[in-house]
Design a binder for this molecule. Structure first.
Ligand code: SF4
Length: 511
């Protein structure tokens, strides 16, 4: 019950209070606040390459050190849009302190991010990694590699499929051929002087010329209404369409899809939720190597498969850090012969799983007498023995070329007589005697990987990997809420990947 005696007391409050001395921002920032780490680390970097980007004359510019600090601190506090960062510069004391009460506008921030940092940020990032090495936070002894797909700044209905372009071109070719044949039939004499047309390679110019020939030949003829309509349509639309298809095929390169809004983005299947529903969305494949949850290197790729990203990523590490890690830990998505060979040639110890690494540890697999891995091989005789004890002798070599041009050399061995064998049904389904395709080099790499992964060091690495690299993706996507790039185009997307990686490392350093 409220009584007269219990009077409510409020603390003094006056928004118009005049302080004798205004407080300094410096005093208001906690001693170990992450903003201080950003300030300190960026102050120690050599920004010469960035400074060289500025030409003299004209209006004065905000110092790149200031701009870099502000941008990184934006990414560190989940502010990714230049407008929000510009706003924070007016409202947030940490930003005010960091910028020395300078207020670059949002388009200045954006231009700095997407233009000035182009092709330079990786060098700046690697200086921070080398600083982390010096401070003993990380070493370049081992690294975990993994990738995740991050949505591009384009909506999912902006797709262009390589296959449908090919189909549409084929349709135009076919219809053009039909129009040509019609003209030859109706205007035999007029078409006589024309060279016989080959429609295998068509482009806008060729279509224009062909239709002009047909038009000329049919000018005084009675032409079927439908054909007339088709000709009108073709004249108006086909050259333009073919120009567009050619341009899109050029932009797409080896990929089989792209987005119209961001032509560098490829449609990738993205995991949407924990029950495994997935959707095709325009995205980029962000690859990182980590150690102790610090990011050592990052690369952006346009292909969804991890296999083809390893070499580029490792080369980028070598270029920026001066060396590759001594041990590399990665999951089965990276276990290809080409990758194993690359790592061996570069003296990187591969703790990299391969397909079926887990399955082949099962008893069922080990006991299956029909699997190539379980067949006995006699090195002296160069022959395998099938489950019935029959020798399978070498018959021929075979070379297969992967999508990225890597050649795998296979050796084929064949059993002598499978007819009437009681194991026939369980052993193989082909008509004649069983043929096995063996890739000796890959078998050797797998054996090496198996031994490494099951060694004491390997077991330690295997349990460390998810808590290391996968955790970094989790932190970025869920804690930092970074699930979509803001900028468009591979080069700019790489800048964003660099900023988020830098922010991640600095925050971890502060933590
Ligand atoms: S089917 Fe042929 S390869 Fe298989 S076990 Fe029988 S003999 Fe050997």
């Amino acid at each position: 019950m409220h009584t007269q005696s219990s009077k409510v007391v409020f603390k003094a409050y006056n928004t118009n209070q005049n302080l004798l001395l205004p407080p300094s921002l410096e005093e208001m920032i906690a001693e170990n606040h992450p903003v201080r780490v950003v300030n300190q680390v960026i102050d120690h970097l050599d920004l010469e390459p960035l400074l060289n980007r500025y030409k003299g004359g004209g209006c004065s510019s905000y110092h790149p050190r200031l701009m870099l600090k502000v941008l990184i601190y934006g990414y560190l506090t989940n502010l990714y849009s230049s407008r929000k960062i510009a706003q924070a510069l007016h409202e947030n004391i940490h930003f005010m302190w960091l910028s020395g009460m300078s207020y670059p506008e949002h388009n200045t921030i954006n231009r700095f991010r997407s233009e000035r940092l182009k092709g330079i940020l990786k060098e700046i990032f690697s200086q921070v990694v080398l600083l982390l090495v010096d401070l003993g936070h990380v070493s370049l002894k081992q690294a975990c590699l993994d990738g995740t797909k991050i949505e591009a700044n384009a909506n999912r209905y902006t797709f262009v499929w390589g296959q449908s372009i090919k189909n549409n071109k084929e349709k135009i070719k076919k219809q053009l051929k039909e129009l040509w044949s019609y003209a030859e039939l109706v205007a035999k004499e007029e078409m006589e002087n024309n060279e016989p047309e080959d429609f295998e390679q068509i482009d806008a110019e060729k279509v224009r010329q062909t239709i002009a020939h047909i038009d000329q030949a049919l000018s005084n003829k009675q032409v079927d209404k439908k054909v007339k309509k088709k000709l009108n349509y073709a004249r108006k639309n086909w050259p333009e369409k073919l120009d567009r298809y050619d341009q899109q095929q050029k932009q797409m390169g080896d990929r089989n899809s792209m987005s119209k809004t961001d032509p560098d983005a490829t449609f990738m299947r993205m995991k949407e939720d924990h029950i495994g529903n997935s959707q095709l969305k325009p995205a980029y494949n962000w690859q990182i190597t980590t150690q102790n949850q610090y990011i050592l290197g990052y690369t952006i790729h346009q292909t969804p498969a991890d296999t083809t990203t390893l070499i580029t990523h490792m080369e980028s590490l070598e270029q920026t850090l001066g060396q590759m890690p001594e041990d590399l830990i990665a999951d089965a998505g990276y276990g290809s012969e080409e990758n194993y060979q690359f790592l061996e040639e570069n003296e990187v110890e591969a703790f990299v799983k391969y397909n079926y690494f887990h399955k082949e540890q099962s008893e069922k697999w080990k006991q299956d007498p029909h699997r190539i891995e379980n067949l006995y091989y006699n090195q002296q005789q160069d022959c395998y023995y099938c489950p019935m004890g029959q020798p399978m002798t070498f018959v021929q070599d075979k070379t297969i070329t992967s999508v990225n041009g890597y050649k795998q050399k296979l050796r084929l061995y064949q059993a002598q007589r499978c007819d009437g064998c009681p194991m026939r049904g369980a052993c193989h389904k082909s008509k004649g005697n069983r043929i096995i395709e063996v890739n000796p080099k890959l078998l050797r790499y797998k054996q090496q990987a198996r031994e490494r992964l099951n060694s004491e060091k390997g077991l330690k690495y295997r349990s460390q990997r998810p808590a290391d690299v996968e955790a970094v993706f989790g932190i970025t996507k869920y804690n930092r809420n970074f699930r979509r790039f803001l900028l468009r185009g591979e080069e700019k997307v790489e800048i964003e990947a660099g900023l988020i990686s830098l922010a991640h490392n600095l925050l971890k350093m502060a933590g």
